[in-house]
Design a protein around this ligand. Structure first.
Ligand code: GLC
Ligand code: CA
Length: 565
């Protein structure tokens, strides 16, 4: 069948994200590792996924769990060795699963050899690998930092009487992409991994790499929105095109950029095939939906609305109607758990809402990204005490709040919904101690609900489990290619409880119905050829069609019909 977009393996893939630190610990030190992943290769194969995205496994002092890299060509000691890595890659390929790695090149660790050299003297050959502001020029213009106690992205370094730039923690100095030698180093490093046989990269905060090195005051058009400013560096697209020309175009690989600050109208600049930059990116509009205006890590006070959720996905789908390609994800290692956030983790609704969200991710246009544990419906842990948190972001924010005499109880309540650590508790494998994640003491607490059925082993044994629904839903997506490539169209767009859409191509049409509410809902289907429809999948007993042209959906029910036209 011919679709209106070129067919590609990465458009037809389901990507499964592994956060190695929390996946599976093979040697009892409490930290997940590469051999731990190797032990679970057959499990990964059994899911039916096509690609694994591995969060950073490079050598790192772990100020930000591997996003601070001190050697791009070695494996973090806690995670294992290069031999383990090669075995993992081979084991995945044997099972026809591809592997993509994280490319973290907006910044390195301050313990990287480049930075050690760079900071050692002003005339060191590596000086220009980073951004330095000589102190005799006065205080550098304001730049914000995500992970800095004073929100200051400049840190003064006495050794050379200069400030260096760090958009993230002071241990994550920003690399200077204006320097062609640095860019060459990055491309060489990418070739190193591609020659090993990896299948692509997820690119960390990639829109931030290009900076105006005159460091002007934030231009007024950004009205203080520093993220949008960071994402619009002057040479960004030139660099991405150069990277594509020098590296990506030489291999059959996929790329997905993490793209905070990138808006709908800029989207095609990254992924229009003719521009030869990236294949896909992750936008942040869904992340913002339940956050206070302009805040990345603070929850909004009123509940988010389904109509807003639909609008975000519909707008982003429309952008890629003719060109480019989207990505669909409901959580990752930086977000709380999807079922706790977009579904409902109360006992009565947990199973249906977890499977309803899987139905969504796996029936949309765009490549679906599933985060470890999502296949079994893992939930937020909601730590009560700051002692339990490990994430630099939560810990810094807590210190700031304490320093400012803010309401610390309110702070902790916010983190229960917002903290990245919700996603970082270990995968729950079985009902033995620490959920079978480790024989030792886990680096972060395991969610105690592993004891009550929320674990892989229990769900393997139950044909109706979240896990087995996930496998079934992947098969539905694979069997009906129109669910990958077909046109997306909203049905009853203003309905406040049900997200309904069709996916169609030529004479084929599918209807997806997702009840996002705790109510039983009667949903109108009379505008569709519903009567001749065949139910392909449902996470509950088959919905009842009412004579009035309505269909009755249970709370959080999800189903897909193939309509006959
Ligand atoms: C990205 C990563 C996040 C990390 C940050 C800095 O947002 O997903 O985990 O802290 O970049 O590298
Ligand atoms: Ca370990």
């Amino acid at each position: 069948m011919k679709y209106n977009t070129p067919q590609k393996w990465w458009k037809e893939s389901v990507v499964y994200q592994i956060y190695p630190r929390s996946f599976n610990d093979s040697n009892g030190d409490g930290v997940g590792d590469l051999r731990g992943i190797i032990e679970k290769l057959d499990y990964l194969e059994s899911l039916g996924i096509d690609v694994v995205w591995l969060n950073p496994v490079y050598r790192s002092p772990n100020d930000d769990n591997g996003y601070d890299i001190s050697d791009y060509r070695s494996i973090m000691e806690e995670f294992g060795t290069m031999t383990d890595f090669d075995e993992l890659l081979q084991g995945l390929h044997q099972r026809e699963i591809k592997l993509i790695m994280d490319l973290v090149v907006n910044h390195s660790s301050d313990e990287h050899q480049w930075f050690r050299e760079s900071r050692s003297s002003r005339d060191n050959p590596f000086r220009n690998y980073y951004h330095w502001w000589p102190a005799e020029n006065g205080t550098p213009p304001k730049r914000w930092s995500y992970f800095d106690l004073e929100d200051n992205a400049w840190k003064y370094d006495g050794q050379t009487n200069a400030w260096y730039l760090h958009y993230f923690s002071p241990k994550q100095p920003d690399l200077n992409w204006e320097n062609p030698t640095l860019r060459r180093e990055v491309y060489d490093m990418m070739h190193f991994w591609f020659k090993k046989g990896i299948d692509g990269f997820r690119m960390d905060v990639i829109p931030f790499i290009s900076k105006d090195t005159d460091f002007p005051e934030l231009p007024s058009e950004y009205k203080g929105d520093f993220i949008a400013y960071y994402a619009n560096g002057p040479h960004l697209h030139a660099y991405l095109q150069e990277m594509n020309r020098e590296v990506l175009s030489k291999y059959d690989v996929m790329t997905v950029g993490e793209a905070p600050g990138v808006t709908l109208d800029q989207a095609l600049n990254f992924v229009d095939e003719d521009r030869k930059e990236l294949d896909m990116f992750f936008h942040f509009d869904l992340l913002a939906l339940d956050r206070a205006p302009g805040e990345v890590f603070k929850m909004r006070s009123d509940p988010w609305k389904l109509t807003e959720f639909k609008e975000i996905h519909s707008k982003w789908d429309a952008v890629f109607a003719e060109k480019g390609w989207g990505s669909i994800f409901l959580c990752n290692h930086d977000f709380p758990r999807s079922v706790s956030r977009w579904g409902n983790d109360d006992k009565a609704y947990w199973r249906n809402s977890a499977t309803m969200l899987q139905t969504f991710s796996l029936s949309m246009r765009g490549t679906p990204y599933i985060y470890q544990g999502e296949e079994i419906g893992m939930t937020n842990i909601r730590f009560d005490s700051i002692e339990d948190y490990r994430d630099i972001n939560t810990l810094n924010a807590y210190h700031k709040a304490a320093h400012n005499c803010d309401d610390l109880h309110a702070f902790l309540e916010n983190e229960k919904d917002a903290s990245r650590d919700n996603a970082r508790t270990p995968v729950q494998w079985d009902n033995t101690r620490h959920a079978g994640f480790t024989q030792g003491e886990p680096w972060i607490k395991v969610n105690p609900n592993y004891k009550t059925g929320l674990n892989v082993a229990a769900q393997e044994a139950d044909p109706d489990s979240v896990l087995n629904y996930f496998r079934k839903m992947i098969k539905v997506r694979k069997t009906h290619k129109t669910l990958t490539y077909g046109k997306y169209k909203l049905v009853e767009k203003d309905h406040e409880q049900v997200y309904a859409y069709t996916r169609s191509h030529q004479n084929e049409q599918y209807l997806v119905l997702l009840n996002f509410s705790t109510n039983e809902v009667e949903f109108p289907v009379s505008s569709l050829d519903f009567k001749k429809g065949v139910l392909l999948i449902s996470n509950d007993i088959a919905p009842e069609a009412l004579p009035s042209g309505y269909i009755r959906l249970h709370p959080y029910q999800a189903c897909i019909y193939k309509l006959n036209r």
